[in-house]
Design a protein around this ligand. Structure first.
Ligand SMILES: CC(=O)N[C@H](C=O)[C@@H](O)[C@H](O)[C@H](O)COP(=O)(O)O
Length: 233
């Protein structure tokens, strides 16, 4: 399955608690739309969304379960990972950092037990070069740059952390997925040029509130200039 993702775009379809699009059937429709556009796989969050998307599209699905938004929050324990696999994910994305995990298992134990009990690949969401290398040693099938800028080890760059993509791509044997703050098609291409196996884009495709705010911010200066002109005139 992994070879079908080489050089391709994966789209993360997520809506956050309390948002208008936070509904599994809506996420499944967004997943269908991005597949029409050429997405080779979907990344999705939460058991209900994973189930709804598995029913709606034929492409592979990377599933995760977010618990909170601090510390180890992406599929933090083996129990969460098994539930994600059970819901229909082909790849289970888990926290792939070197931080202590809430169930006391190491990353290596988590990956080993998950793969013993479910027929899935494991994507380790890393935040640094050392995370990525350790995750590969721990048995991850895929390393993602997902957590770069969110763990304190790397700066939160405005766009993707291409320096990290470069550094990890040069050293990993397993595929590297570039993920996190890829906001334009050019940035997606640059991530592949830097050595990523695939690129994962979320917000810039599937989060209309964020995309709209980028436009609003970009025209804010002009808006106040026009308002000043009107006042003076
Ligand atoms: C750090 C974290 O919680 N990342 C999450 C992981 O699944 C999602 O919130 C992101 O949307 C996803 O990684 C894609 O990235 P971006 O939305 O920047 O294209």
């Amino acid at each position: 399955m992994l070879h079908t993702l080489r050089g391709r775009l994966i789209v993360s379809c997520q809506a956050y608690p309390g948002e208008p699009l936070r509904d599994s059937e809506t996420m499944a429709r967004i997943a269908q739309s991005v597949v029409i556009g050429g997405a080779a796989a979907i990344r999705s969050q939460g058991l209900d969304d994973i189930r709804a998307i598995a029913r709606s599209v034929a492409v592979p699905q990377i599933g995760l379960w977010k618990v909170g938004s601090d510390g180890v929050f992406i599929t933090p324990t083996l129990t969460h990972a098994l539930a994600v696999a059970d819901a229909g994910a082909d790849v289970v994305a888990i926290d792939g950092t070197r931080r202590e995990r809430p169930d006391g298992r190491t990353l290596e134990q988590t990956i080993r037990e998950l793969k013993q009990r479910a027929d899935v690949l494991v994507m380790a969401d890393a935040g640094s070069v050392d995370d990525g290398l350790a995750a590969e040693d721990a048995g991850a099938d895929i390393v993602g740059t997902t957590l770069a800028g969110y763990t304190g080890e790397r700066p939160r760059t405005t766009g993707p952390d291409l320096e990290l993509v470069n550094a990890l791509a040069a050293r990993l044997r397993v595929p590297l997925f570039a993920e996190g703050r890829i906001h334009t098609p050019t940035e997606a291409r640059r991530a592949l040029e830097a050595g990523a196996y695939s690129v994962v884009v979320g917000t810039a495709i599937t989060h209309p509130a964020s995309i709209t705010s980028w436009y609003v911010d970009a025209i804010a200066g002009e808006r106040s200039r026009i308002a000043d002109e009107q006042l003076q005139g």
